[in-house]
Design a protein around this ligand. Sequence first.
Ligand code: TLP
Length: 346
Amino acid sequence: MEKLIDLRRDTITLPTLEMREAAFRSPLGDAVYGEDPKQKELEELAAFILGKERALFLPSGTMGNLVALLTHTQRGNEVILEENAHIFASETGGLAQVAGLMVKTLRGEDGAPEPEDIEKAIRPENIHYPRTALIGLENTHYRYGGIVVPLAKLQKIREVANKHNLPIHLDGARLFNAAIYLGVEAQEIARYCDSVMISLSKGLGAPVGSLLAGTGDFIKEAERYRKMLGGGMRQTGWLCACGIVALSGDNIARLQEDHDNAQFLAEGLQSLPGIKVNRHQVQTNFVLADLSERGLNATVFLERIKEKGVLATKVGEFMIRFVTSREVNREDIAFALQVIKEAIKN
Ligand code: TLP
């Protein structure tokens, strides 16, 4: 087999040559003492791009979200989340285990709960109730196939939050994909939120790292929690140099290619008999394909395409997720479509 065409995740992306060279040349210092020049530079760059006062570099998105929860809330508080939010579904229950939070989940098919539902879920002051302390949003929404929360909805949620004096945290692991889809700068989305976490290690291609941004006061407190969780790293310059490349030049704009490739894949899949793709959901770099009409089990399908060098992920008995990234080009996708065409023949 010549090459694996890996459509499982965008976290598989490898650092570019430019990143590797920047890492190699990077000066280093002890970041816990604020002495790593590249970490400082990256944190300042991220804060600027996100339109926030300060940002913190962290090893992962999971830690970034957890630090945000710890900073915004107190133990025993309640956080409102969409019921398939990554923070709720895929972060090992850190919000309960570490932050001591209760959760109120609400459904939101387009990635965020309805503003009216959020308002209804906010607890009135009552000795019997936990206090609602935070609204958590996710954009793009991972489990709904990378869909984008519309700006008008964010604005309405912001109004509810203001009315009840509640902060909003945004899990923006793929915030730049959302921004590209909406044709706006990332800060146009981040401005509706008090804090925002972004990932460098997904479509942007850096090997490791996330940033958490917010006001100066928020970040001052968040810095303590980062340290507490073990996120105070030392000579981070190699990683941060990659992160700076990830946020510079046309690296963010390049995500459009991943979106275009996802459209190409969706179109190809849709033209195959018995494969259903909800094209409305294909907004960024994810494609969800439903094989139920074909009666083809996802596990069997994945084994068949794997034999020919194509990888994807099972997300339901008959549901497959494909994710495009810089590791796959148009030719790879055309090849994957050929393989898929063969695999669905009985
Ligand atoms: N998601 C991972 C897995 O954990 C599922 C993936 O393969 O994409 N928020 C969102 C919306 C995410 O998709 C992820 C990663 C995270 C947070 C956590 O980021 P990391 O993996 O850096 O801890």
